[in-house]
Design a protein around this ligand. Sequence first.
Ligand SMILES: Cc1ncc(COP(=O)(O)O)c(C=O)c1O
Length: 427
Amino acid sequence: MTTDNPAITEEFLIPFEWPGSYYIGEEEIEAVNKVLLARSPYRFYGHDLQHYADKVENYFKERLGRKYAVLVNSGTGALSTAMMAADVGPGDEVLLPGYFWVACLSAVIRCGGIPRLVEIDDTFTMDPDDLERKITPRTKAVLLVHMSGACGNVERIVEICKRHNVLLIEDTAQANGASFHGKPLGSFGDLGIYSFQYNKNITAGEGGMVVASDDMLGKRAWAYHDVGYTRNEAGRVDTTGPVKTWGQCTHMSEVSAALLYAQTQKLDLITATMRARNQQLYAGLSQIPGAKPRRLVDPAGDSGPFVLMTYPTAEIAQKLVEMTRAAGVRPGPRGASNIRMTDWGLHIYYNNVSLVEKQGVNSAGRPWSDPLNEFAKDYQYGKGLLPQMDDLIERSVMMTVPPALTPETCDRIIEIYQDCAAKLGLK
Ligand SMILES: Cc1ncc(COP(=O)(O)O)c(C=O)c1O
């Protein structure tokens, strides 16, 4: 990249690489080729079906200790499927943290339910104290989003949901391969969802999955992702089965599933590599006076794709970002890394214009205009709704940790950060 600003170096220290795609190699090519050579890209029948979708589902069922795993064609679709399986609709609230991805909101809203936002704490995930304050008889489900690769107080949140008899849905889109004291994230809640989109820990290009253990939830998830019914042993749609509803046909194709199956075999290698780099960065950046790393309740269970650091003030965070970016701590022009968290688009509740303006999904303004949602008529979603989160993210900086980042580059990033902090007089 050329630039007119002499302070901006040519160097991009953070590789513009995503975890899963960086590892695409012979195994992925061979698997996809098998599907193409068999001319069988559809999961339910074909000339010579390779059964990759079944293989991926079985892999995750075993890994997560779940009875049901349903592959879908995006994480957004997985969230919608989970909300429908949980029977979220008009009159219901779903509690979710204010640090998320837009799909977490839209899944609730498209079902006709109302999102209610909960604070995050220094784990950058849902604050259990605020959750406890906000649970009411209207709460149909809690959506616990394991943001930026790791969990927060998952055990306490499981306990709160159980005590209040509320369904817990885990969004593990950003934390595939992460765990809490050895138990995989996505295996704690009544339902769990994953994403296999391009920038995730492993990828199918686009893809997602819903997991469950309860029979009715698992079967409902299947029916909503399919044509509205479960299937029999022979794989035929069964209109006499326990679920009769309306589906979305959001299956994953065998081509994507083949790519994904090869990636599943690399998941632990990818997360271990990112975790090693992320621990190196956390150790170095924590030496900066006043700097605080994200609180990790189980550092060994972090899947590793992000480093989140908090500084004493928003001004310091801003200056550090500007100075370190000018010295090369940034990805190529298309990437987002080494940015203040306030600048991280639709991950931050108040950046979601459709939420702040309470836009509906149709011209009738549903779900906001639904009489069953009258209780939410005065809800506001603008900045200031979650003061604890607002303060935390104003002072925090997000850096991506692709596995292509070398230990030497991590050292260089730490050196630049420490140097800039010294120039700012941090002590
Ligand atoms: C936390 C979270 N949930 C859900 C999704 C949606 O996944 P997808 O992009 O596969 O639709 C994402 C994607 O970025 C995400 O980060």
